[in-house]
Design a protein around this ligand. Structure first.
Ligand code: RFL
Ligand code: PHB
Length: 387
C-alpha cells in the first residue's frame, strides 16, 4: 500500500490534519489502534480557543458546533470565599467556545469517512521504518502485519503512541514535570451551577465547574495522584466539590448520578524536535499540558495549523521551507502554553501542608484580579496566543 501522507492516530490532530490535506487534494491514510466506538466515546476536553473554532469552520466541521456550542466571554476565579470574573472579551478581545472534544471527534470522523478518507480503525501501528527516505508505517490489521509506504508520516498518536518512541534517544530531548496530584472528574446530566466556568482554589485542593451543554455538567476535584475512582461514591464527589466552592455556589449546585467518572494524571511534557527525517510529531505525541489552562486540544490544533500549511506548501507550491521550520515554529507556541498551564496549575492547586503556600496563592489571586494588567495576562493566555 502507498499514500502521500500516513497519519498515525485518529484523535483531533490526526482527523483535522487529514481533513485539511484532503481539501487540497492530498492523499492520506489514518491508522488508529482503537475501534470507532471507543474513539468516539472518549471524554476529554471541553474548551475551544477561537483559533481552533476557526479551523473547524474552515473544514466544514462547524454545523453542530454553531447550533449547540456555547460561546463564553468570561470565567470566574474563586478563592478565599470570593469569586472574581475574568472578562475575556474585555481584556483579550474575544472569548472561547464550550464544545466537547467528543463532539469534535465525531464530526470529523463522519465528514472524513463521507469524503472517502481511509481511516483504518482497529489497526495499531507498530513501527515506522526508513524515516530518512520514504517512510513505511508497519501496522496490524485483523492480526496480519501490513505495510504502507508514504512520502511523510505524521505522528498524531498521543502520549502513548509509537511515533515519538521511533525517534532515537540521542536526538530527542524531553522535558517532564509530573504533578503530585490528579483530577477526579464527573460527567452528569444536571444543569451547570453557573453559566460560565469556575476555577476554584481552596485549602482542600482545586475544583473546577465546567459543562458540556445547558443540561450536562463536567466537574473536577483535585485528588491524590494514586487515588482510584472506586474510592469515590457520587455523594462523596458532590460533597467534596461543594466544600471547595464559595457558599453561594455550593448552595446552588444540582447533583445527580454520574454518566462517567475518571481520574486524569497531571503532567507537563515536551519532546523536541518535533521532526525526525520525514516523521513529524503533533499534538499529545509531542507535548502534554496539565488541563488547568484548557490548552491540550488547542495546542494540537495549532500544531496542525502549522503542519498542514507546511505540507500544502510542499505538495501545492513545491516548497520545503515550511516543513523545515515546522518544529521550531510550533515549539515556540508550545512552550508558551506549557508555561501558562504550569503557572495556572501552580497558582490553583494544593501542593503541600504548609499554610504559607495557600496564603501566597490567595495573595497572588487577589493581586491579579485587582489589576487590569493581571486580568489581561490571564485573559490573553486563556483565549490562546496568536498563531
Ligand atoms: P489523542 O486525542 O490522544 O489521539 C491520539 C490517537 O492515537 C491513537 N494511537 C494509535 N493509533 C495507531 N497506532 C498506535 N500505535 C497508536 N497509539 C495511539 C489513540 O488511540 C488516539 O486515538 O491525541 P491528539 O489528537 O494529539 O489530541 C490531544 C487531545 O486529545 C488532548 O490534548 C486533550 O484532550 C487534552 N485536554 C484538554 N485540552 C483542551 O484543549 N481543553 C480542555 O478543556 C482539555 N481538557 C484534556 C482535558 C485531557 C484530559 N485527559 C483525560 C487527558 C481534560 C482531561 C480530563
Ligand atoms: C472540561 O470541561 O473538561 C475542562 C474545562 C476547562 C479546563 C479543563 C477541562 O481547564
Amino acid at each position: 500500500m502507498r499514500t502521500q501522507v500516513g497519519i498515525i492516530g485518529s484523535g483531533p490532530s490526526g482527523l483535522l490534519l487529514a481533513r485539511l490535506l484532503h481539501l487540497k487534494g492530498i492523499d492520506t491514510v489514518i491508522f488508529e489502534r482503537k475501534d470507532r466506538d471507543y474513539v468516539e466515546a472518549r471524554i476529554r476536553a471541553g474548551v475551544l480557543e477561537n483559533g481552533t473554532v476557526e479551523m473547524l469552520r474552515a473544514v466544514g466541521a462547524d454545523a453542530r458546533m454553531n447550533e449547540l456550542g456555547i460561546p463564553h466571554d468570561g470565567f470566574a476565579l474563586a478563592f478565599d470565599g470570593r469569586m472574581e470574573r475574568i472578562d475575556m472579551a474585555k481584556y483579550a478581545g474575544t472569548g472561547v467556545m464550550i464544545w466537547g472534544q467528543t463532539q469534535v471527534t465525531r464530526d470529523l470522523i463522519r465528514l472524513n469517512l463521507a469524503d472517502g478518507i481511509d481511516i483504518k480503525f482497529d489497526c495499531p501501528a507498530t513501527a515506522i521504518e526508513d524515516v530518512d527516505g520514504s517512510p513505511v508505517v508497519v501496522y496490524h490489521e485483523d492480526g496480519v502485519e501490513k505495510r504502507c509506504t508514504c512520502d511523510f508520516v505524521m505522528g498524531c498518536d498521543g502520549y502513548h503512541g509509537v511515533s515519538r518512541a521511533t525517534v532515537p534517544n540521542n536526538i530527542l530531548k524531553t522535558y517532564e514535570k509530573i504533578y503530585p496530584f490528579g483530577w477526579l472528574g464527573i460527567l452528569s446530566d444536571v444543569p451547570p451551577v453557573d453559566h460560565e466556568l469556575i476555577y476554584a482554589n481552596h485549602e482542600r485542593g482545586f475544583a473546577l465547574c465546567s459543562m458540556r451543554s445547558n443540561t450536562r455538567s463536567r466537574y473536577y476535584v483535585q485528588c491524590d495522584k494514586d487515588d482510584h475512582v472506586d474510592n469515590w461514591t457520587d455523594d462523596m464527589f458532590w460533597d467534596e466539590l461543594r466544600r471547595r466552592l464559595p457558599a453561594h455556589v455550593a448552595e446552588a449546585m444540582v447533583t445527580g448520578p454520574r454518566l462517567e467518572m475518571s481520574i486524569a494524571p497531571l503532567r507537563s511534557f515536551v519532546a523536541e524536535p518535533m521532526r525526525h527525517g520525514n516523521l513529524f510529531l503533533a499534538g499529545d505525541a509531542a507535548h502534554i499540558v496539565p488541563p488547568t489552562g484548557a490548552k491540550g486540544l488547542n495546542l494540537a490544533a495549532s500544531d496542525i495549523h502549522y503542519l498542514s500549511n507546511a505540507l500544502i506548501g510542499y505538495y501545492v507550491d513545491k516548497r520545503t521551507d515550511l516543513l523545515d521550520s515546522y518544529s521550531e515554529v510550533a515549539l515556540r507556541r508550545v512552550w508558551k502554553a506549557i508555561r501558562f498551564s504550569w503557572w495556572f496549575t501552580s497558582m490553583m492547586h494544593r501542593f503541600d501542608d504548609d499554610p504559607i503556600s495557600h496564603r501566597l496563592q490567595v495573595a497572588e489571586l487577589d493581586y491579579l484580579t485587582s489589576s487590569e494588567a493581571g486580568k489581561t495576562v490571564i485573559a490573553e493566555n486563556y483565549i490562546g496566543l496568536p498563531l
